[in-house]
Design a protein around this ligand. Structure first.
Ligand SMILES: *[C@@H]1O[C@H](CO)[C@@H](O)[C@H](O)[C@H]1NC(C)=O
Length: 177
């Protein structure tokens, strides 16, 4: 395993916009849409998780927004976010990217500040519409040559004022370079 990959697996940063200090224990649960034939959202014990990450959405870099991947993602979004009824403190994050999606879709947005801002606007609307509490940017993987735009993308995402209105908790998962 390369050093980069080891760092990737070893690091998880939860950035909380509203509450800068993490006071409670975080127990992150991860649900993937491709496991649905064996494991449904209703099989998740929501009381065991403080956060659920739903994987994955993709980036639509033509319209600067998020896109579904599976035919029934919207149903799964709804079923996972509905688990908040069983655990009112539960935060559900939508993961964008993933290994199969790779880097190109992120680069198309992140290399342009205007697109990044449009994307952030659209993400907030998308998260609100589907009752998510935040976004987990799963850019696999930033490389030394995309380091600058990756850092800029993270910086814009973190500083984006509108995230305050949705009380988002934004997790950025990635290589620290
Ligand atoms: C989503 O929830 C509805 C209502 O409980 C249920 O009928 C449906 O089977 C669930 N879908 C999946 C993919 O788990």
């Amino acid at each position: 395993m390369s050093t980069d990959k080891m760092m990737y697996f070893g690091m998880f940063i939860l950035l909380q916009v509203l509450t800068p200090v993490v006071t409670q224990r975080v127990r992150m649960c991860y649900y993937t849409s491709w496991s649905q034939s064996r494991f449904r959202p209703s099989d998740i014990d929501a009381t065991l998780c403080t956060h659920i990450i739903y994987a994955f959405a993709h980036v639509n870099s033509v319209d600067n927004t998020l896109a579904t991947v599976r035919y029934n993602d919207l149903e799964l979004y709804n079923n996972v976010t509905s688990l908040k009824a069983k655990n009112p403190d539960l935060k559900v994050l939508l993961a964008v990217g993933g290994f199969n999606f790779g880097s190109a879709g992120f680069i198309a947005i992140a290399q342009d500040d205007k697109k990044t801002t449009l994307f952030a606007d659209n993400v907030v609307n998308y998260l609100r519409q589907h009752r998510f509490d935040g976004l987990d940017v799963d850019w696999e993987f930033p490389s030394p040559s995309t380091r600058g735009i990756y850092q800029r993308f993270v910086q814009v995402g973190r500083s984006y004022e509108v995230f305050h209105f949705v009380e988002s908790r934004i997790a950025f998962q990635g290589v620290i370079m």
